[in-house]
Design a protein around this ligand. Sequence first.
Ligand code: CTP
Ligand code: MN
Ligand code: MN
Ligand code: MN
Length: 404
Amino acid sequence: QINEAEVVLFSVPSYACQRRTTLDNHNTTLTDALSLLAENAELSEEDGRGVAFRRAAAVLKALPAPVTAMSQLRGLPCLGDHSLRVIKDILENEASDEVESTKQSERFKALKVLTGIFGVGAKTADRWIRDGIHNLHQLRESGAALNRAQQAGLEHYDDLKQQVTKAEADAITEIVQEAVISVLPGAQVVLTGGFRRGKQTGHDVDFLITHPEEGREVGLMPKIVFWLESKGFLLYQKTTRNSYLEVKDGPGRPSSNMDRFERCLSIFKLAEKEERAIKVTENTVKTKDSVRDHTQSETDQDPQSHSYERHELTNPPVHRRWRAVRVDLVVSPISQFAFALLGWTGSKLFERELRRWAGHVKAMSLSSHALYDNKQSRYLRAASEEEIFAHLGLEYIPPSERNA
Ligand code: CTP
Ligand code: MN
Ligand code: MN
Ligand code: MN
């Protein structure tokens, strides 16, 4: 009471999954700095350091007010010497030399540009840099062998580095919903990832698909992909079959973070707004993007599309264009749906912390498929995210508060 004006002391629990982290971050300067160091560590394949910086940033994201003095941080978890040094530099000098020099470093810049290509990870980027490739121009000139994903990534680089808006995510949701109910009536589509956490932009759009009757979802992805492809919505896709077997992949193999659902990593061709309004009616007939294509195929079109055609020619949209957007589709059987939903909602750190909590505190193994209790030697079923939090002895944290 006497030192009321002195400092606000913060207190947060040590696992991110015990905390409510909204998008209302009061310490963006500090968390941006720590996130950059985390990213640099991850790009340098120093995952341990990366996680340490991510955890430190997450603690600051959970604080109810800006940090103004180092003394406020006493007793907070996950703040190691290195992170504290960076925070101190920023509080005292407005910037951290380490962060600034990392940002300026040729290696970091090259790693950012190259791993910014869809399909290119830290290992590939490092190999290219050692071969003297630091930017897209040098990559194109180098003749380096690119796989199909990387070719698509390079081709659509500018579009894909641009953030996806909520409006674009909603437009894609409608398309995916139409595809899914066309090939399997009764199937359900849920928007996951950052958009489910309430973010207004994202690097991609994530969907989880299921059917209320177990088993009906088997083989669904190829049908969805075929529908999307036939309507011209896909610029790239790679579908992976479901390879999950409880006996084989359950408690015995907790090491892999990758889930084994049927999934499709794709690049959508999303028409811009003006064009999309027209396309909605056109989709049912025929889809092509340029006016030239329309006029060429005019002769073999039915009267319905002909009236559309004339409308378009007399009243051409100003921006006749589309853009590439990364979309992830995942299909889950209903029995695993709650786990898949929890696992695909993120954030990545929140997920990592949930699994760490499960293992270290509860002696359980959590994945996007199941929760296994090592002490009872049995799986714990759950029909909702709330039930999973309850099994884990955690207070329920809604998606909008999982932005760790
Ligand atoms: N995920 C996963 N397995 C992968 C890729 C992603 O389980 N191979 C999960 C991540 O753990 C995360 C969610 O899918 O919980 C969404 O991942 P991602 O799209 O990369 O991140 P977002 O949080 O959606 O962020 P952004 O808005 O940048 O897309
Ligand atoms: Mn607040
Ligand atoms: Mn996402
Ligand atoms: Mn994703």
